[in-house]
Every structure is written in structure tokens, then in C-alpha cells.
Design a protein around this ligand. Structure first.
Ligand code: PEP
Length: 249
């Protein structure tokens, strides 16, 4: 059975003090939920964030990692370093990594494999840009992102994967895919996985939607059959908003 997940990507926001305050607010205000709740603070605050959420249902995850085990990669972070501070899940392929840091499908495939080899769970992000959608190329683009980065994996790897479909035109723009557009793409993603790996694996993977999810639109997006939760940027930085989104699921 796939799980419901609400995850917050804090990006390059919140210093250590602010991180601990936000985690304390989230834990204090979080109501009952069946969903997995995860947040991704910046690297330098991960160790303290992991300690701060001990005993709460919140999981701290990482925003990125390098594919190499170790070595001369100035400024980078390895899977072992994440594991060493208690991280179990890593985001790979966020559109900002693709757009600003040149992460190609081939690099992302290496990162996914490196993370899985270390028993990290991977939250894999992908999605089309506005021009792809305008040209009617969004399904092809999404299919190629999945195939290029994930379809060389063994079937067994899929239980360690969470997918986050994030149309780039909806990230941080205030523009959201309509619930219908989200469902249409999520159903297409599940069908594409089913064609490659079979229905059981396709039905077992959680597919999150990301792109300007807010307290006001979350319930309708989450109500769609193939939407298993959300990856939340801006609204995850405000405890009341993130909690409202958690309650919406
Ligand atoms: C994101 O960055 O993954 C994201 C979905 O951001 P926002 O919610 O701010 O659009």
C-alpha cells in the first residue's frame, strides 16, 4: 500500500535558530494525521534538526546529495554523511537543481543509484517547463525524465522511491496545476511505470504533487485518486500553513 506523504522543502531558508523554532512550532501544533510528515532543512542544520524531532512523527530529510562516495568534490555532501547524522530520505532532481546547477537526467540517475545503494529512500522530483506544456510536449517530457533517470533500476528499488511531480511553471509562482491537470499527469505517470514494471509496482509508489500548494488548494488537489500528497516549498516555511496542508490530507 502506498503511503500519504506531506513533505516540506525549506530550500536555502532558515538559519539554525529559525530551524529549531519552526520545528518546535510544527511539533507543537501538528494534529493527528495518517500521513508521513517530512521536512528538508539546509545541510548545515540537519544534525540538530534530526535531534530536535526525536520522539515526534516528523522526519527530517536532505535536499540533495552527491553521487560519489567521497573525494575531491568541494562543497558537496555524500550519502554516508547524510546517514551519519540520521537522515533516511533524500530529495533528488529538484527543478532548481536541474535549472541552476546543471543536473541532467544522467547525473540524477547516478545520484538515485548511489542513494539507493546506501539504503536511503529517494524522493525523486521531475516535471515539465511551461514551454513544454504550451507545445503539448509535457507527457513526452515527463516520460523521458522518468525513463532516463529511473527505468534502469531493478524492480526491487521501487519500494524505496517516492515520486514528486512538480510542473516547473507552478513552483514558487503562485500558479498551481488544476486538480484535474495534476490527476491527469499522475495517472499518466502511474501508467508509464505500470508499462515498464507492472501494475503492482505502479500502484505501490507514492506520487506527490508539488507547485504552489497552499492551505486553500491542498484539499482539492489531495482528493484526486492518483495524488498521494504534496511536496511543499513556500508554505512549508510557515507552521500554521504547513499544518493546515497536513490536515488537508
Ligand atoms: C518546491 O520547491 O518543491 C515547491 C513545490 O515550491 P512551492 O510550493 O513554493 O511552489
Amino acid at each position: 500500500m502506498r503511503s500519504k506523504i506531506v513533505a516540506g522543502n525549506w530550500k536555502m531558508n532558515k538559519n539554525l535558530e529559525e530551524t529549531l523554532v519552526l520545528l518546535a512550532q510544527l511539533s507543537a501544533k501538528m494534529g493527528e494525521t495518517d500521513a508521513e510528515v517530512m521536512v528538508a532543512p539546509t545541510f548545515v542544520n540537519l544534525a540538530q534538526a534530526v535531534q530536535a524531532v526525536k520522539g515526534s512523527p516528523i522526519e527530517v530529510m536532505a535536499q540533495n546529495m552527491h553521487f560519489a562516495e567521497s573525494g575531491a568534490y568541494t562543497g558537496e555532501i555524500s550519502a554516508d554523511m547524510l546517514l551519519g547524522v540520521g537522515i533516511k530520505t533524500v530529495i533528488i532532481g529538484h527543478s532548481e537543481r536541474r535549472a541552476y546547477f546543471g543536473e541532467t537526467d544522467a547525473i540524477l540517475e547516478k545520484k538515485v543509484k548511489a542513494a539507493l545503494a546506501k539504503n536511503l529512500r529517494v524522493m525523486f522530483c521531475f516535471g515539465e517547463e511551461l514551454k513544454d506544456r504550451k507545445e503539448g510536449n509535457h507527457f513526452n517530457l515527463v516520460e523521458s525524465q522518468l525513463k532516463n533517470a529511473l527505468f534502469s533500476l531493478d524492480a526491487g528499488a521501487w519500494k524505496h522511491l517516492v515520486l514528486a511531480y512538480e510542473p516547473v511553471w507552478a513552483i514558487g509562482t503562485g500558479e498551481t496545476a488544476s486538480p484535474g491537470q495534476a490527476q491527469e499527469m499522475h495517472a499518466f505517470i502511474r501508467k508509464t511505470i505500470a508499462n515498464a514494471y507492472g501494475a503492482d509496482i505502479a500502484n505501490g509508489v507514492s506520487i506527490l504533487y508539488g507547485g504552489s500548494v497552499k492551505p486553500g488548494n491542498a484539499a482539492e488537489i489531495f482528493s484526486k485518486a492518483d495524488v498521494d500528497g504534496g511536496l511543499i516549498g513556500g508554505a512549508s516555511l510557515v507552521a500554521d500553513d504547513f499544518n493546515a496542508i497536513i490536515q488537508a490530507i
